[in-house]
Design a protein around this ligand. Structure first.
Ligand code: GUN
Length: 284
């Protein structure tokens, strides 16, 4: 089965749109998202544009604050503090990576945890890990929803997460532990990735290495979620592929997400969902 992330994301966006129509009918303040973009890194500019357009499409008020890469850390902190205090802003997202002279952790910790729609603030990370309600990072949340759409009960399944980043691997671990999976986290220093894969009922690949995971590594009937977005040269043309070798893996897996059209569209839909959740929490 090929998991259609585009279709799932569309249906999630429709639900959000419907809720926002109700909010507007009741003459309540409109949910709003502010994205902060520093510098001119092209992939970030593309992601941010997509986030802004998708937010508008569901009726969320969205705006982007753009700054030169020379902005000081202090100035950026004061920008975020103003957004924290602005009652018309419900979600704040600072696009990463930031220029080297700015400490990303300092910036993330400045965001009001209630408005932290990325779920990166230590308060949200901590709440997720102790099982309290929190804003959950968008990409692992998207993976989790796709996984649950394929299989409701994940109890006792062996899940292998490849990649230990704060953005993906670590929050994914918490989500799967909550489902009573047996979770293994592999990373660049792990030995014998192939054999770890062979034991896994669920593989989440989030390492950023093009087509690293091969079909021959996959247990028959496993569910494979591919978070990777890698640009490769293919017959002289540029092509986007995941961290999983799709053609060989789809023959072994019970279900697999394609790249593009799998996890990617879910990430933005989950950001919109988090913005609506932040709005509700702030107003409750
Ligand atoms: N850069 C790449 N992915 C992300 C993300 O999910 N959130 C933010 N803020 N920056 C990113």
């Amino acid at each position: 089965m090929i998991i259609d992330g585009k279709k799932f994301a569309k249906s999630l966006r429709s639900k959000i749109k419907f809720e926002i129509i109700k909010i507007k009918k009741n003459k309540k303040p409109i949910p709003s998202l502010t994205v902060v973009l520093v510098g001119s890194y092209t992939p970030s500019a593309i992601y941010v544009k997509n986030k802004e357009l998708s937010a508008k499409e569901v009726g969320i008020n969205s705006s982007v604050l753009r700054f030169e890469s020379s902005i000081s850390e202090l100035k950026l902190i004061s920008v975020i503090k103003k957004l924290n205090q602005n009652p018309k802003v419900h979600g704040i997202l600072v696009q990463l990576p930031l220029p080297k002279h700015i400490n990303s952790n300092t910036i993330i910790e400045t965001i009001d945890p209630l408005k932290d729609v990325d779920g990166f603030h230590a308060m949200n990370v901590g709440n997720l890990s102790i099982g309290k309600d929190s804003l959950v990072p968008c990409t692992p949340l998207g993976c989790y929803l796709l996984l649950k759409s394929i299989k409701k009960k994940l109890v006792g399944m062996n899940a292998l997460i490849i990649g230990r980043s704060n953005l993906n691997g670590k929050p994914m671990t918490q989500l799967l532990l909550k489902e009573d999976c047996t979770v293994t986290i592999a990373h660049s220093k792990s030995k014998d990735l192939k054999n770890l894969c062979k034991k896994a009922d669920i593989v989440i690949a989030a390492v950023g290495r093009a087509q690293l995971v091969k079909g021959s590594w996959i247990k028959k009937g496993a569910i494979v979620i591919d978070v990777g977005i890698n640009r490769i040269d293919f017959n002289g043309k540029s092509k986007i592929v995941g961290d999983v070798d799709f053609e060989s893996t789809k023959k072994k897996a019970y279900a697999i997400t394609p790249v593009p059209g799998g996890v990617g569209p879910m990430t933005i839909a989950c950001l919109l969902n988090n913005t609506l959740k932040a709005y509700k929490n702030i107003n409750s």
